[in-house]
Structures are given as structure tokens and as C-alpha cells.
Design a protein around this ligand. Structure first.
Ligand code: PMP
Length: 409
């Protein structure tokens, strides 16, 4: 059994934030899809950087600058390994998933997408994988097509195939839906897009904490993720791009670091990845992100996936007993996210009353308003589980839900 592969209590000890009372009750943190908590090794690395090594990278020859640069580049290599990219130069540091998508829209989109071309997304997307494409379509006169989903919250693959044509320049879909937890068949989506001659971006914000990612096996052209959802710091993320695609793309932002030489007569640009990393990056956070990925290695991606799946099944079973429980999103393949409604009770009220019991869940549209439109609802309550959550917490959550419902009815 998975439970024997690691000790949840030992893992919990690595997360200082979990050991506190909220509203007089032990904190139960079920808002992991929004951001995960950070192990002490990440917090310590951030503090060590500012205590000992703080310095600007790549430009200095003094010892601190060399130390900071070396640590920063070690994270790049660690990320390469984490997603199994072929080369560290294919890893670009960004502010997060949102910036990664905007970078591709601005750079690849502006250069390679023309009037009448088509971009395909799905009905499951986060706003950050919708709005950049809407902006590009407005600017360029290209067309945004949306893969429909069924009521379970799964992409209808045959419909996707009918949308693909020689007009399709880019397909941009998430690996895992943040609102419903649906795991999308990205390998098949990518293969079909390539057959049509389109490039593919995978939004891996929700996959990175749960699934083993191999960008070479997936064969995607771009893969984006946020450090803060994988036990790492905020304000830091990754854009993976295939070397040959990144090299064809113009810079995203102009400034220091991304240039080779600047003269008023003209400027030449740096090689990848630096061409896309203008300005001073989030140095300490990038350095600390390495610790987060090492934490994942220590626990083991397979153990994480198996344990979270166990939590998901346990919670799904217990919730069937809750009066008025309406699940939203019941895909066959799901990550550890449960979106739901309770008949006759506003999600916001539930969220507040759960908070009073120390339970942190998310309520609202989860930055997926078009998906909420599909279900003809304004929002849901979302409980999302991580490696440090326990069955006891889930039991307490379900009992709390029952007592709130009793009180309100
Ligand atoms: N895509 C998905 C699927 C997400 O879950 C999120 C974060 N909720 C984002 C994109 C945006 O990530 P960030 O805010 O870290 O840029």
C-alpha cells in the first residue's frame, strides 16, 4: 500500500504553516489548487539566500554574484530534470504560468499567427489560457475555437479533431483542470495537433504538483507551470519550449540580460534562455524552488499521485452521504480536486462557515467563468488535496459540512 511508502505525519512536520489554529481550530488546508504550502527547506533556502548570497546574477564577477548565479542555474538544471527536457537552455524562468502563456502569445503569436489563422483552446481553461489568446485574436484578426466538453467535464475528443485544420496554428490546453481536476489526454491532443501542423502549449499549472511530466515523451512545443503550486515560492514559474521553436521566436520584453550588444545603431539579442529573461529575475525564489523539487523527489512522484488519489477516492465516497451534495466535474481521470455544490446553499456561505471551523476551501468561479457558464452556475466550493493532507482531515471536513447543512436547513 502507498501509505507505507511514506509517513504523512513526517511530511506534515516539514510544513511549519500547517501547525496552527485558525478560528480556534486546527488548520485544515484544502486550497492546494490555488497554492500549495512550502516545506521548511524552501523557506530556509529563501532566507539563506538573503542572509548570505544576495547578489545580482550573470553580471558580477565577485564571489556573491558567482554564488547566486551558480545556484540560480542549478535550479534551471533541476527543472530540466523535473520535466525531462532535453536541454537546460529550453527552460525559461517566468513569474508563473500566466506570464509563460503571455510570453508565447506575445512572441510566438505576434510572429507566427496571422489574420484568419485559428487557435484552439478547451472549455476547461483558466482565464490565463483564454484572455491572452482573445487579446491576440483582437490584434491579429485570428479566430479562437473552443473544444467542447461533456457534463462530466471531459474534453470531447472527436469534436476536437473536427476543429483541427490547416488554419490551426496553435492548440493551448491544460493538462489538469484547476476547477474540476479533469486530467486531459494531452499526449493524444498533441499528436493530433502536430498532424495538422499546429504547435501545442500545455498549461501544466495543476499537473506539476500531481503528475510525472515528461515533455519529450509528450512532445509538446511549450509547457508552462508555476512554482508556487509545487511547494515552491510565489512569483516564479517556468516556460519550457523546444529549442528550435524558441530560437525562431522574437524576444518578449526588452531590457538587460536579453541582449548581446546594444548600440543606437542596433541591438543584437542573447541566446536562449536569456533572450526571454529580460531584467533582474526573482533570484532568491528561483533558487529556493530547487528545494521544492527536491522535496518532490524525496517523497516520490508516484507516491504523491497514489496517495492523493487515495485521498480523492476517500473524500468522494464520504461526500456521497452529504445531504444535497452535487458534484461538479466527474471525469473518469481526475487529480485530487473536488468541486461541488450543496443544494440550496450558496458556495460563499459554505466557504465562510467552513473557515469558522478552520477549514480552508476555495469558493467562486476559480478563474474559469466560461466553464461555470457551461454548468449554468456562478461558482462551486472546491476542496483540493495535497500530499500533507490526511483522511482524518477529510473526515472532519465532511462532518463539518453535515453540521453546517443541518444548521442552515
Ligand atoms: N492555469 C491553471 C490551470 C491554473 O490553475 C492557474 C492558477 N490557478 C493558472 C493557470 C495561473 O497560474 P498563476 O496565477 O500562478 O500564473
Amino acid at each position: 500500500m502507498i501509505a507505507t511508502a511514506f509517513d504523512v505525519e513526517a511530511i506534515r512536520k516539514e510544513f511549519p504553516i500547517l501547525h496552527q489554529q485558525v478560528n480556534g481550530k486546527p488548520l485544515v488546508y484544502f486550497d492546494n489548487a490555488a497554492t500549495s504550502q512550502k516545506p521548511k527547506s524552501v523557506i530556509d533556502a529563501l532566507s539563506a539566500y538573503y542572509n548570505h548570497d544576495n547578489s545580482n546574477i550573470h553580471r558580477g564577477i565577485h564571489t556573491l554574484a558567482e554564488r547566486a548565479t551558480a545556484s540560480f542555474e542549478l535550479t534551471r538544471e533541476k527543472v530540466r530534470d523535473f520535466i525531462n527536457a532535453g536541454e537546460a537552455e529550453e527552460i525559461i524562468f517566468t513569474k508563473g504560468t500566466t506570464e509563460g502563456i503571455n510570453l508565447v502569445a506575445s512572441s510566438f503569436g505576434r510572429k507566427f499567427i496571422k489574420e484568419g489563422d485559428e487557435i484552439i483552446i478547451s472549455a476547461l481553461e483558466h482565464h490565463s489560457n483564454i484572455v491572452p489568446w482573445q487579446l491576440l485574436c483582437e490584434e491579429k484578426g485570428c479566430v479562437l475555437k473552443v473544444i467542447p466538453i461533456n457534463k462530466k467535464g471531459e474534453i470531447i475528443f472527436e469534436e476536437y479533431l473536427t476543429l483541427l485544420s490547416e488554419k490551426t496554428k496553435l492548440v493551448s490546453v491544460n493538462h489538469v483542470s484547476n476547477s474540476l481536476g479533469t486530467i486531459n489526454p494531452v499526449e493524444e491532443i498533441i499528436a493530433a495537433a502536430h498532424q495538422a501542423g499546429a504547435k501545442v502549449l500545455i498549461d501544466g499549472a495543476q499537473a506539476a504538483p500531481h503528475l510525472d511530466i515528461d515533455v519529450q515523451q509528450l512532445n509538446c512545443d511549450f509547457y508552462v507551470l508555476s512554482a508556487h503550486k509545487v511547494y515552491g515560492p510565489t512569483g516564479t514559474g517556468v516556460l519550457f519550449g523546444k529549442r528550435e521553436v524558441l530560437e525562431m521566436m522574437p524576444p518578449y520584453q526588452g531590457g538587460g540580460e536579453m541582449i548581446k550588444e546594444v548600440h543606437f545603431s542596433g541591438t543584437t539579442f542573447n541566446d536562449i534562455p536569456y533572450k526571454f529573461e529580460a531584467g533582474t529575475p526573482n533570484i532568491g525564489e528561483v533558487i529556493a524552488f530547487k528545494e521544492a523539487l527536491e522535496f518532490v523527489d524525496r517523497v516520490g512522484k508516484e507516491n504523491i499521485a497514489a496517495y492523493e488519489d487515495e485521498l480523492l477516492k476517500y473524500a468522494t465516497d464520504l461526500l456521497q452521504d452529504v445531504e444535497g451534495f452535487i458534484p461538479v466535474g466527474t471525469a473518469d481521470k481526475k487529480a485530487s480536486v473536488i468541486s461541488f455544490l450543496i443544494d440550496g446553499i450558496h458556495p460563499f456561505d459554505l466557504g465562510q462557515l467552513l473557515d469558522a471551523k478552520g477549514i480552508a476551501v476555495r469558493t467562486g468561479h476559480h478563474c474559469t467563468q466560461p466553464l461555470m457558464d457551461f454548468y449554468e452556475i456562478e461558482g462551486t466550493v472546491r476542496a483540493s488535496f495535497s500530499i500533507y493532507n490526511t483522511k482524518q482531515e477529510i473526515k472532519y471536513f465532511v462532518e463539518s459540512l453535515k453540521s453546517i447543512i443541518k444548521m442552515l436547513k
